[in-house]
Design a protein around this ligand. Structure first.
Ligand code: IDP
Ligand code: MG
Length: 135
């Protein structure tokens, strides 16, 4: 079993799509190990997205992710990192396959409904960032 970090971003929470996204997560066989609704501070957003600090849209990303409540989850499944990224769909919702969460719920490439870890190392870091007590 593998674990990954998932976030339902402020656009999808504000649009009241959290429940539909959680339903898709469960229908696709993930176990929700932890789940917390919270709002990130500006400093937490900068720390969470630190790997992107040199990208031109870093300020846009951090202000958006801290702009309203998010739902942060640890998901567990065989091959969870890839399985969750497959269910999320492409970063740009215009390029995302129709069945994916981003195709159904994202507004644009920035406000794209969900986050998912991209590798085992980042999954471990991101899970520890939000749930430091989780073993
Ligand atoms: P990912 O979320 O699919 O892993 P990344 O390349 O890691 O995509 O980018 C992280 C986040 O940065 C994206 O989910 C999106 O919210 C934001 N982002 C990526 N590209 C752009 C862009 O061109 N403009 C604005 N925001 C972007
Ligand atoms: Mg990424």
């Amino acid at each position: 079993m593998e674990r990954t970090l998932a976030i339902i971003k402020p656009d999808a929470v504000a649009a009241k799509n959290s429940g539909k996204i959680i339903d898709l997560i469960e229908k696709n066989g993930f176990t929700i190990v932890r789940m917390q609704k919270m709002q990130l501070s500006d400093n937490q957003a900068k720390a969470f997205y630190a790997v992107h600090k040199d990208r031109s849209f870093f300020g846009e990303m951090t202000s958006f992710i801290s702009s309203g409540p998010v739902v942060v989850m640890v998901l567990e499944k065989n091959d969870a990192i890839k399985a969750w990224r497959d269910l999320m769909g492409a970063t740009d919702p215009k390029k995302a396959a129709a069945h994916t969460i981003r195709a159904q719920f994202a507004i644009d490439i920035g406000k794209n409904a969900v986050h998912g870890s991209d590798a085992p190392e980042t999954a471990a870091q991101e899970i520890a960032f939000f749930f430091p007590d989780l073993k």
